[in-house]
Design a protein around this ligand. Structure first.
Ligand code: C2E
Ligand code: MG
Ligand code: MG
Length: 699
């Protein structure tokens, strides 16, 4: 080394005792001296280090990111250039292959030696081996990287949130589930996104987690997506604590469980709601009612319960079809629901039975007013297909202060409903203690009626059906009477309903058929037919054709002598077995006629396809004949229809000669009514029988 610069040597026991490596380089960056530690750390003998450029002494340097370190960025060069201490962590791949990490610090040496500014100085570079620490850090780094990667790519939503609920970190899946960007999420809190109803769903568990009683918990909650739609999620929350146990942050894992919830909700709906109308079903109703009664018992408010029933629903169902019936039920349900308060419960118990529970009611009058509003809404015309139907509703109302059970209250409302129906339908009645007695009375009638057949209290009366022009009796209609031991002679209106509802109809019907066939057998010369009324309940499952055949056989009567009167709805029942039953009867040769025609909603096509031979105009039209309005038009139209279908027609309930003339003018061929004869017992038929030889209208 010449150039006049003073070069200091680093030899000496003191330097060699140092743990730090020490390298001295001249202003040109050439290593001029090293200590023992330097030679040990760099893994090369002293001689191999001397004279080499300081920037590459011991190997080619890289920075912490692993990129080659340019010579000018080496601390020794920086220090030489700037005249100031420079430090860096750098890696050296040693000749032996092992990579070492060094913390290098370089300072201008002998700075007290004056030199012109910018003149490079000798540099003293010291370094320590930090390989062990660096490897540890790298290991940590890679596990952090791994965590970050796992976090980012996890198929379930993940978040790290601060103790204040702010999102600190969210992954891609979470942004997808919540339908919000990462930035949107990082600007808000979990609480802000949970639906208010679900906000406290995890309050208790959160407390236990914070208190260290549990490590994590799961909760199902709805979050608001960016679109405003709620999404059902299952959230697993755990709390991460520092070494000292101080809570640091929450880690959340979120799954979208909307599908599962939908399935769950569907099952719940099936279990608690009526599938046709979406109203509460019986079990939900009982639940709500029991709860409401409990509340009423503790307060001074009442619970009102209304039992409702659609008038003549069966008729609509039978004549317009089940789809139409379903549509009507749905419409009625929707109207009921829309005309009550959200806190009230509307339930469908099946068929056309509905129950309304109103809570927090002040008095019976209040409940009545509310009910009237519901009925006004429901009883507006509904258009179903080509038909306009006005749903009539009968209702029974009762109120309770909570002293009666749900079953009792429902029973009371049902009793009141029965009274409403009995008093003419399309009305409502309030439950009265006295009704219970009436219900008992009904039960009594049913029991009496059961025994009446065996006791021989039933009898048939016969009313003539005549040729309108000649007045000749062409047939007889049998009408059942009940000679009650205490109440005297009862007309069908007093007991037929009870009979239908208590399923006594098939046995009463069988008795009537036996009796009518017995009558025919006793009068072999009677040319006209005897018509027997049959109820829809006797058709189909009750096997009317078999019952008729048995009666005919028992009395040796030919089938063509018997006619059956079936109401419009009875004939038009869509059910297969009923249809088959009627066809069997027709093919046996028994005459079938539609009774009370015009009161149902039958479509013309169903009349055409029904196996009937004739129809009887309901007497409500006859009573209005001559009004120059609807009754006249309907009468004329039905008479024309009967004729064009080659079915014979009978006008019922003819009481005056004027009605007879009008019926004739409209085209009716046959009639029945007090003008021609009242229903009378067999014994009083006498003269009428003699004249009833004029051929059946059916032939
Ligand atoms: P329906 O088959 O329409 O019978 C005609 C009803 O009109 C009879 O009433 C008859 O007495 C009444 N009637 C006849 N002519 C006149 C009249 O000029 N003016 C008025 N205002 N009424 C007249 P009834 O006997 O009380 O029978 C009522 C209903 O009971 C019958 O109506 C029928 O549907 C049913 N019924 C009667 N007997 C039986 C039966 O054996 N089985 C079944 N299932 N139902 C029956
Ligand atoms: Mg009849
Ligand atoms: Mg009739």
């Amino acid at each position: 080394m010449s150039s006049g610069t003073q070069i200091v040597r680093l030899t000496g026991a003191a330097l060699d005792a140092l743990q730090e490596g020490v390298v001295l380089s001249d202003p040109q960056g050439t290593v001029v001296d090293v200590n023992a530690a330097a030679s040990r750390i760099l893994g090369l003998p002293r001689e191999d280090l001397l004279g080499r450029p300081v920037a590459v002494v011991g190997g080619d340097p890289v920075d912490v990111s692993g990129s080659p370190l340019p010579e000018r960025d080496h601390p020794a060069h920086r220090a030489a250039r700037t005249g100031r201490t420079s430090a860096a962590v750098l890696g050296l791949r040693r000749t032996a292959g092992r990579q070492v990490w060094l913390h290098v610090s370089a300072s201008p040496f002998a700075p007290e030696v004056p030199a012109p500014r910018g003149t490079p100085k000798p540099v003293l570079t010291t370094f320590v081996d930090i390989t062990a620490q660096m490897l540890q850090r790298q290991a940590l780094q890679s596990s952090e990287d791994q965590f970050r990667r796992t976090f980012q790519d996890a198929p379930i939503g993940m978040s790290i949130t601060g103790l204040d609920g702010r999102f600190h970190q969210v992954n891609t899946a979470l942004t997808t589930i919540l339908g919000r960007t990462e930035d949107e999420l990082l600007a808000t809190t979990t609480a802000a996104l949970v639906l208010p109803e679900d906000r406290d769903a995890d309050a208790e568990q959160r407390r236990a987690l914070d208190a260290g009683e549990i490590d994590s918990y799961q909760v199902q909650a709805r979050f608001l997506r960016g679109t405003g739609e709620p999404v059902w999620t299952r959230l697993t929350v755990s709390l991460v604590r520092g070494r000292d146990g101080v809570p640091l942050h929450y880690v959340g894992q979120m799954e979208d469980v909307s599908e599962v919830r939908r399935a769950h909700d569907l099952l719940e709906r099936r279990a608690l709601y009526d599938h046709l109308t979406g109203l509460a079903n019986r079990s939900l109703l009982l639940d709500r009612l029991t709860h409401a009664l409990g509340v009423a018992a503790r307060t001074d408010k009442l619970v009102a319960v209304v039992f409702m029933d659609l008038d003549h629903f069966k008729r609509i169902n039978d004549s317009l079809g089940h789809d139409a019936g379903d549509r009507l039920l749905q419409e009625v349900a929707a109207r009921m629901q829309s005309s009550v308060r959200p806190s009230d419960t509307v339930a469908r118990l099946g068929g056309d039975e509905f129950v309304l529970v109103m809570e927090g009611v002040g008095s019976v009058d209040d409940a009545g007013q509310a009910l009237q509003r519901v009925l006004d809404t429901v009883q507006q015309p509904v258009t179903i297909g080509d038909h306009e139907v006005v749903p009539g509703v009968s209702a029974g109302l009762t109120v309770s202060d909570g002293a009666r059970t749900a079953d009792q209250v429902l029973g009371d409302a049902d009793t009141a409903l029965y009274v409403a129906k009995d008093r003419g339908r399309s009305r409502w009645e309030v439950y009265d203690e006295a009704y219970r007695t009436q219900a008992l009375h009904r039960l009594q009638v049913e029991q009496d009626l059961r025994a009446s057949i065996a006791r021989g209290e039933l009898e048939l009366h016969y009313q003539p059906i005549v040729d309108l022009r000649s007045g000749r009796v062409v047939a007889l209609e049998s009408l059942v009477r009940w000679r009650h031991p205490r109440r005297g002679l009862l007309l069908p209106e007093e007991f037929i309903d009870v009979c239908e509802q208590s399923h006594l109809m098939p046995s009463l019907g069988a008795w009537v058929l036996q009796e009518a066939c017995g009558f025919l057998a006793r009068h072999p010369d009677l040319e006209g037919q005897v018509f027997v009324n049959v109820s829809p309940r006797q058709i189909g499952r009750a096997d009317l054709s078999r019952v008729v055949r048995d009666a005919l056989t028992a009395h040796h009567v030919e089938p063509h002598r018997l006619g059956l009167e079936i109401t419009e709805s009875g004939v038009l029942q869509a059910a297969g077995s009923a249809r088959l039953d009627l066809e069997r009867l027709a093919s046996m040769g028994v005459t079938l006629v539609l009774d009370d025609f015009g009161t149902g909603y039958s479509a013309l096509s169903s009349v055409l396809s029904a196996p009937v031979d004739g129809l009887k105009l309901d007497r409500s039209f006859t009573a209005r004949l001559g009004d120059g309005g609807a009754a006249d038009r309907i009468s004329a139209a039905i008479a024309a229809l009967a004729e064009s279908l080659r079915r014979y027609g009978v006008v019922e309930g003819v009481e005056t000669t004027q009605q007879r003339e009008l019926a004739l003018a409209h085209g009716w061929t046959h009639g029945q009514g007090w003008l021609f004869g009242h229903p009378v017992p067999e014994a009083e038929l006498g003269r009428m029988l003699a004249s009833a030889a004029g051929g059946s209208p059916a032939r």
